[in-house]
Structures are given as C-alpha cells and as structure tokens.
Ligand binder design. Structure first.
Ligand SMILES: Nc1ncnc2c1ncn2[C@@H]1O[C@H](COP(=O)(O)OP(=O)(O)OP(=O)(O)O)[C@@H](O)[C@H]1O
Ligand SMILES: [Mg+2]
Length: 504
C-alpha cells in the first residue's frame, strides 16, 4: 500500500465519521522557488493539474504548465508585482476559464473575461474552460454553406464556407487585418456572430479595429478579446483559446460564429518565450516542438456541427505575418498545413495599388468551393482563366512587342478583371452586385471602357441589379443560367448604355 492509498483511506474514514466529505487534500500549498520574466517555479506541489490556476499570496495568479513531481512551472497571467522567492502558492483545483454567453456581445474583454471597455464585468451565464476537446468526428457535418466576406476577390475566387479554417497570410502592412475586419463588417444582418481576438498587437491598431466595428454598427454581434503586446506572454498565450471558448459557447447554442485570430505569429512568439523560460528544448527557429500541436489543437475546434449536435458552426480566420514573403518559414508552413486553404496577400500588389492584394495564383480554398453559391461558379471559372493568361501575357507585352488582335483583346479583358477585383477597405459588397459585375467582366462588356473610367461604370452595373428579380434569385443561391442569365445581362447592358449616353 502506498502512502497515497493510506492517506485516501484515512480521508474516507474521516468523511465517514463526519458524515460529509472532508476537504483536506485539495488545499495543496507550495512555495515560489524562482521568479523569471513571466514564469515562476513553484516547489511543493505533488498533484498539480495541467493548466490549473495557481494563486500566490499577495494576489498574483498563473497557470501550471510544466509539471514534474514536486515542482511546477507556472506561467503568469498578470504582472507579478512584488512576487519573490519564498512566497506561498496555492493550488485551486480549477482550470483557467472564461465567462461565455450572450452577455459578452458588444464587449471588449481580456482572455480572462475582465472588461477592457468602460462597462461592468459581463454577467455571463457560466464559465467555460479555455481548453476544450474539439467536437467529435460524429458530431461534425461537411461544410456546405457559404460565409460571405463581401470581398469580390475572396467570395468569387477563394470562397469560404461556414466551419472552414482559412489562413490569411502576408507580409507586414498588406491588408491582412482589413480582410478579416471587412469580413466581420459583412456579417451585419447575416446572423453570424463574430469574435475578434487580438494577440500581441499594438494598442492603437486594436483600438482602430474596435472603432471601425463600432462605427459600422457591427459591435452588437461581436466580441473582442484582447491580449496586447505589452501584456505578459502568458496572457497572450491563452488568448486564442479563451476567444475560442467564447465562440464555442455560441456555436453550441446553434449559432454560426466567425473567429479571427490576429495574429498567430505573435501567439507563437509568446509561446516560444514561455517555453524557453521553462527550459524546454528549442526546435526549429527556437520554437518548442509542440507548437504545431498547439495550433492544430486550437484550429480543430472550428467546424460545422451536425443538425443533431445543434447545427452551429465555427469558421476560423487565423492571420499569419510572413517576413520577406517567406511562406516556408516554420510557423507559416505549419499553419498552411493545418488550415483548409490560404488567402495570400502580396506586397507587390500593394505597391501596385491593387487592393485587396489577394494573389489569386497563390491563394486557395480547399473546401469552400462546395459551399459557394451557384451563381459564382458560372463566372469564377472564366475569370480565373482570363486572369491567369493575362498575367503571363502582360509580362511579354511589357517588352513593347507588336501584338495581334487576339492578344490585345486578352490584355483588355485581363485589365478589366484586375480592375473589377479592386475594392476599398470597409465597403463590403452584396452577392447580387458582385455577381453582376463579375458577369459583366467575364462577358467582356467592360473591355471597351478606359481604366480611368472603370470605377463609375462598375458602380452603375452594381447599382442596376438592386431591383432585378433575377439578381435576387442568384443571391439566394439559384444557378446563373438560361432566362435568369439573359435577364441579368439585359439589366447590365441597359445600365451600361445609360452610362455611355450620359457620358456622350
Ligand atoms: N482594400 C483596401 N483598399 C485600400 N487600402 C487598404 C485596403 N486594405 C487595407 N488597406 C490599407 O492598407 C494598410 C494596411 O492594412 P492592414 O493594417 O489591414 O494590414 P496588416 O497586414 O494587418 O498590417 P500589420 O502587418 O501592421 O498588421 C492600412 O493603411 C489600410 O488602411
Ligand atoms: Mg494587422
């Protein structure tokens, strides 16, 4: 019989004698033996749980991450004011949790649910552990419904389905946040709840996002979870997990939820910092070996649930920052293999003023195609082909070669496609207008217009279909064919005629 069995036996007898459970074993105490930057070593615990909350005398708290018999590496979640070796520490028996529920809508909170706006603490229905197992295979359903981003280049060429995980990847300042925030803005009126999780960002960048969500009236269906760059690495490390727990709360209630992680590069850095302090062996680029597992564990929680499991969905848009367009660095390759596709934003397109800078050739969506509305399928194919051929031709045409009629026509079409895919930040476009414009381009109706005049022409086409029943049908997901296609083309032609007459 071990000492533990002996003790358990003793407690059982005490319980019996007292007629109720006697809580003696739960209050395990230890003492701080080492204080590092953001990490504390505690000796004296024998049975601490992974991710258990540890409280220190004096008010600080942390998470037990590294467990060896008699010792625990505790990651601090708050600035440890005055924490010194020798100070007492106490196990709580709880794992880290966040409040979840409707009360969080419209709020800005930190990963522990503490409000960062001026409001009171959210009166949440319950607490959810930040780490939760991903939904079982049996509870999952295929991705079949689209998540409209309102961005033409994405909805037409790299469509995203509800329950999908699509990576947004690109160098600094290529519009990664803009793509994600525009997608959130486009959810106004769609019934989708959005969770924006800012990790390690500068305060002003996060403030700008929140201001944009507020100004557009999107905040009431939004939760913003922030662990800024100035916060302890431990808080940044738990941020995406906490945000996912909040999102899951809505998904389990049958809602469609969108979650944005901005960005996981910084999350990986925070985890690397903690791991090195905990003296875990560094691997590639000094990241710990389990960083892949960490991110796949996180993103596996995104899914479309079956009807019998409530039918909710969680769509994840993780963001990754590359350096000098290096997609083969450790974290980007990891994330590319974990997700169902990527939207690649190219700094070269940014320099050319082609915004959003979606590099069509290097972007892919592996599951969203099946969820895409039928109308897009009729226009996306020809569009992609025309654009790919154009990019090749354009590099030749630059040498000033004499071009035949066919080539010139192809170039004109390609330029129109490129122009049509441009879109300002914060101006999501509805399905009917998007398809009308893309149809006009793929039919070559806009080839003849000067590029300087393209903006107003595109506006006219997109506005013209607002009243068209055919366009509304297409927006509801009916295919773009037969009489419907003919009607839509007639509406577009009439609008173009009007523009030309007005111009003449
Ligand atoms: N579609 C667009 N049209 C015009 N400007 C845009 C568009 N999208 C983004 N921008 C501008 O590009 C700049 C960079 O955008 P954003 O902050 O979204 O990029 P980022 O990749 O998230 O940057 P960071 O690496 O700093 O996080 C901003 O000034 C933004 O206003
Ligand atoms: Mg950004």
């Amino acid at each position: 019989m071990t000492l533990k069995d002996l003790a358990d036996n003793l407690f059982d007898r005490l319980d019996h004698a007292a007629g109720r459970p006697v809580d003696l074993s739960r209050q395990e105490r230890g003492a701080v033996s080492r204080v590092l930057h953001g990490v504390v070593e505690v000796t004296g615990f024998h049975e601490a749980l992974s991710d258990e909350v540890i409280e220190f005398d004096g008010g600080a708290s942390g998470l037990a991450l590294d467990l060896v018999p008699g010792k625990a590496g505790v990651v601090l979640l708050r600035d440890p004011q005055g924490l010194r070796p020798g100070q007492g520490a106490r196990r709580t028996g709880r794992v880290a949790s966040v409040p979840v529920g409707e009360a969080l809508l419209g709020r800005v909170v930190d990963p522990l649910g503490v409000p960062l706006d001026d409001g009171p603490p959210p009166a949440a229905a319950r607490l959810s552990p930040i780490e939760a197992p991903a939904p079982r295979i049996m509870d999952r359903a295929p991705v079949t419904r689209p998540l409209q981003t309102g961005i033409k280049a994405v909805d037409a060429l790299v469509p995203i389905g509800r329950g999908q995980r699509e990576l947004i990847v690109g160098d600094r300042q290529t519009g990664k946040t803009a793509v994600a925030v525009d997608t959130i803005l486009n959810q106004i009126g769609s019934g989708v709840i959005s969770v924006y999780c800012a990790i390690g960002q500068r305060g002003d960048a996060t403030a700008r996002v929140i201001a944009r969500l507020r100004a557009a009236g999107a905040m009431e269906n939004c939760v913003v979870v922030v662990a800024g760059g100035e916060e302890p690495a431990g808080l940044q490390y738990i941020a995406p997990f906490a945000a996912t727990a909040i999102a899951e709360g809505f998904m389990r209630a049958g809602r469609d939820v969108l979650i944005v992680f901005d960005d996981l590069t910084r999350h990986a850095r925070a985890y690397r910092e903690l791991s090195l302090l905990l003296r875990r062996p560094p691997g590639r680029e000094a990241y710990p070996g389990d960083i892949f597992y960490l991110h796949s564990r996180l993103l596996e929680r995104a899914t479309q649930l079956r009807e019998s499991a409530g039918g909710g969905s969680l769509t994840a848009l993780p963001i990754i920052e590359t350096q000098a367009q290096n997609l083969s660095a450790y974290i980007p390759t990891n994330l590319i293999s974990i997700t169902d596709g990527q939207i690649y934003l190219s700094p070269m397109l940014v320099r050319r003023g082609q915004m959003p800078a979606v590099d069509v050739g290097r972007s892919v969506s592996r599951v969203g195609g099946k969820a895409q509305l039928a109308g897009y399928r009729a226009v996306a194919g020809p569009l992609k082909l025309a654009y790919a051929q154009f990019e090749e031709l354009e590099s030749f045409a630059r040498f000033g070669a004499k071009l035949d009629e066919d080539t010139r026509a192809q170039l004109a079409r390609g330029r129109a496609v490129r122009e049509a895919l441009k879109q300002d930040e914060g101006e999501p476009i509805g399905v009917a207008s998007q398809i009308a414009l893309l149809l006009a381009v793929s039919e070559g109706l806009l080839d003849g217009f000067a590029l300087s005049y393209f903006g107003p022409v595109a506006e006219a086409v997109m506005a013209a279909v607002a009243e068209s029943p055919a366009a509304q049908d297409v927006a509801r997901g009916l295919p773009l064919e037969g009489a419907r296609r003919a009607e839509l083309l007639a509406v577009i032609r009439a609008a173009l005629q009007e523009v030309q007459d007005g111009h003449a």
